[in-house]
Write a protein that binds this ligand. Sequence first.
Ligand code: SF4
Length: 395
Amino acid sequence: MKVSEPALYIHIPFCISKCHYCDFFSLGGNSAVSDAYVEALCAEIRERAEAAGVEKWTSVYVGGGTPSLLSCEQLGKISDTVKKSAFLDASCEFTIELNPDDITKELLQALENCGINRISVGIQSFCDKALNFSRRRADSLKNENALKLIKQFWKKRFSVDLICGLPFESQESFLSGLEKAISYNPDHISMYSLTFEEETPFGKLLNQNKLDYDFEFSDSLWLIGRDFLESKGYLQYEVSNFSKPGFESLHNLCYWNHKSYIGAGSGATGTLYFSDGSAFRYTNKTDIAEYIKGPLNCSLDEKIDTKTSVIEFFMMGLRKISGVSEGAFKLSFGKKASFSESVKELALKWQKKNLCQVNYGGDGEKGDFSFTLGKSGIIYLNRFIVELLSLLEGE
Ligand code: SF4
């Protein structure tokens, strides 16, 4: 089956060193990306685009790992391949993640020459003790120098990533860091809560009781940060994402809106949704040597049945402040599809607790049913999903 207008995600799984909180698939100890990997990546983009019948990319995102380890030539090769594999409108959102200490005037110029029009910079914090303990490459000075270079030499869209609640971060240091980031006028800010994944050094420290961590403080800090960002005109549109109006990340919205995307690169995932409500998902193995040998022969493929796809529709859609609507549900699952009565009842039950807002699209109770957990309910998203799952799995 064909998917004519998906998004494209490109994975660069290499880092100079591993940060102690990070559980993304990336290999530390790499200060460059091999040409063989880039060749394999380009072959995969071409072949997957052709196999899926892609006519146009709706957004492109180069993530990692550390994509800013790519040379200017490699960046040019990848962007040429993307443009040749399907139509890419010049205004199409084309993002790359950058590590602050890789940013130079020359790199920013090369990105622009490639048609990249949005950068996402992993600042994470301005607290040196927190950065050092997390084994971030850049300290606060390098972070600030990167933002100065962006201010001087980058005239297109840019986003800043921050982590809330790193060990040694205080309320004062966190808020002054937020203020500093905002002073460079990014149009988008991702503010993630620190999570402890078992296999990371931070996760291990916590499990061995070697890290004294105050989760309540971290949660309260996130709420203070959220209110601060909103007071400065950065509106929350997803659990961890804030933007000035009109500057939401279109690429990430594709995941939350249940739209098809092709993934390329070792460890990348792609999901293609079909009009009958089913979907096809593949996940490339994380063995780089195997990937280079045969980028199209190292994926684990799965068919996603309609029931699972419906569950994912709610799990991803409810991450957005705009929530989910029956109109969007019909676009994904067909004109006759509608929210089940039990889902509607759950939304109405949460509305009574002031943790959900239900709308009928102006047509009274026969209208397009939509609901959102809103800013107050989204904090309890996981609890809502648990209740929702027990309903959907029983249907
Ligand atoms: S946070 Fe980024 S730079 Fe650090 S290890 Fe993970 S992918 Fe690499």
